[in-house]
Design a protein around this ligand. Sequence first.
Ligand code: SF4
Length: 407
Amino acid sequence: MDLLDTLTAKGLRGEVPTREEALAVLATTDDELLDVVAAAGKVRRRWFGRRVKLNYLVNLKSGLCPEDCNYCSQRLGSKAEILKYTWLKPDQAADAARAGVAGGAKRVCLVASGRGPTDRDIDRVTDTMAAIKDADPEVEICVCLGLLSDNQAERLKAAGADAYNHNLNTSEKTYGDITTTHTYADRVDTVQKAHGAGLSACSGLIAGMGESDEDLVDVVFALRELGSDSVPVNFLIPFEGTPLAKEWNLSPQRCLRILAMVRFVNPDTEVRIAGGREVHLRSMQPLGLHVANSIFLGDYLTSEGQAGQTDLDMIKDAGFEVEGAGEATLPRHRADIAAASSCGTAASACGSGGGCGPCGGHAHAPADAPVAVDADAAASDASDGELRSDLVKVRLRGAGTELAPNA
Ligand code: SF4
């Protein structure tokens, strides 16, 4: 298939496909799916070998959010029966983090609901990071606290944070359909603030909210241009009690096509299968490892994942290995870009496709001839519409409870 040969060749060179090629990946048929996964797998192995990076979520503050993100169980007015609690104490968060690290995670993701942190919240997270790094100085810490104000990213960096997560979630064009209390531009601004402070930028998307293929391609190209070092690909978990509870739009095959498209557009970037892995990929999860090089271990913020040991068994059975604490995740040339990202207005330079090292160099690959797609061939793009709320299990253990975390 010419498309896959082209995408593989570009990916092996670290080049980004054209927008038409990315759209064509999403339009491939079920008969072509294993070839798509194999092609994306070659690109994945070129840059990341057979390593799987494990990340561990600690929800520092759950629910009670004043924002209205339609996809979120913690949103204003959510009727989802999730855990609701305010800030964990540093030792409580450190206990949860320790369980994840003991389970094999090299990165701990400290997340708090809310529009954005106050300066007092930055103090709390500073204390929490100190407690975690006291126990394990090598652990990577990614912080996710919402929209950042001036100097907050610099304070987090100085306190020992390695990365900041803030997802773009969907295309600029449709952003207003999923949230009204902040804008796409607000989100871009925070990713740029984090990157500009020298934090590794983690920013991704949510698929399955009713978006078009064009929306998915738009957000994935935007993430590439923003210079995100890690791209979490979430598959919507349609929580009962949220506005998107009936949006069961994803099949395992569709999820694999989306992951492959993200990989081709981000050949040398960490691609993480994030929330919704178990709910939507289901028994096809191991195929996802051939495309993505990173997953969350154990539970998510407000929902339960499969048992941590099952994650580890899956990785081993599929012929992959857990990435060790001493191993670099990104290929050397990408790590160099990340290290150089604090050169003045680095993030905005990356966003404009030039001016800050080699970032712009492969962000805009030359366009090839359009790719022919068999539009009549069947593809199981959507689920059969069945509401599978039985697959969504609210998290009732770990952080914020007396029960042991899943790791
Ligand atoms: S995604 Fe974040 S900002 Fe939006 S409702 Fe959920 S917790 Fe609040």
